[in-house]
Design a binder for this molecule. Structure first.
Ligand code: DGL
Length: 280
């Protein structure tokens, strides 16, 4: 496979982060907060979102193309900031790469196991993520007695991409999706799609205070820090400010993405560039 790279990767090289669209920005935001010395190259596949309703083959092909693009940018490590791609493509791509790559599912599963008291965990995500049963697999590897109930919420991604974070339509759909999960007695709910933290307040209101919401982004950033430390790749140089620190690329609609990213990150990104991902 041509995904192999030069082994003399400098520790001040950027970390690549990707998602189907804006959702992965919730992970990038957490990396920026927890390891501010790291440079980030973000790719949002805005031309091909959503990933959640596509096949494993398609998502693996898309993920490989994005990984090739990120390698061309000389990233030192990759975070798959998309649950669907983590579920479908990560294991295969990891075998083909010689830079570290990690997803969001394992860290999210670990955080939920630590959070639950009654041993009943709910997971919401795309059809792909829920259908793959990847969360229950990882959770039950840690503790086989935990009962995991999954619910696919395919309409959440377009609602988030359209900016309907606080809207009666989102409330109505969330109530329909979540009522069965609440009745099943869960005390912990994994936001198993990186888009969902953006509607966290709506979700929290609907499931009620008795249910702890787990955003895998937090644990992902912690695990990334540990991984970079272990590989001797943590950036030891001082925080670099300016335009080169965080770079954003998309496959379509850069202006819309840019406005969105600015509202999520509060760092003020200068620009997002459109690239032709089909070339990779
Ligand atoms: N944000 C992605 C995830 O975490 C995918 C949403 C989508 O494109 O369907 O699964």
């Amino acid at each position: 496979m041509e995904l192999k790279i030069d082994k003399t990767m400098p520790s001040d090289a950027p970390v690549g982060v990707f998602d189907s669209g804006v959702g992965g920005l919730t992970v990038a935001r957490e990396i920026m907060r927890q390891i501010p010395n790291e440079k980030i190259i973000y790719f949002g596949d805005t031309a091909r979102v959503p990933y959640g309703s596509k096949s494993r083959e398609t998502i693996t092909k898309y993920s490989r193309q994005i990984v090739r693009f990120l390698q061309e940018q000389k990233v030192k490590a990759i975070v798959v900031a998309c649950n669907t791609a983590s579920a479908y493509a990560l294991d295969e791509i990891e075998k083909e790469l010689d830079i570290p790559i990690m997803g969001v599912v394992k860290p999210g599963a670990k955080a939920a196991v630590e959070a639950t008291v009654n041993g009943r965990i709910g997971v919401i995500g795309t059809e792909g993520t829920i259908g793959s049963h990847i969360y229950s697999t990882y959770i039950n590897q840690i503790n086989s007695r935990i009962i995991v109930t999954g619910k696919a919420c395919p309409l959440f991604t377009p609602l988030v991409e359209e900016g309907l974070w606080q809207d009666p339509v989102t409330d109505e759909i969330a109530t329909r999706y979540l009522s069965g999960l609440v009745e099943s007695g869960i005390d912990t709910l994994i936001l198993g799609c990186t888009h969902y933290p953006l509607i966290r307040s709506t979700l929290g209101r609907i499931v009620g205070e008795g249910v702890m919401l787990v955003n895998p982004a937090y644990e992902t950033a912690r695990e990334l820090k540990k991984l970079l430390e272990k590989k001797g790749l943590l950036n030891q140089k001082g925080q670099e400010l300016g335009t080169e620190r965080y770079r954003f690329y998309v496959s379509d609609m850069a202006d819309k993405f840019q406005t969105f990213a600015n509202s999520i990150l509060k760092y003020g990104i200068l620009s997002a560039k459109t690239i032709d991902i089909e070339r990779y």
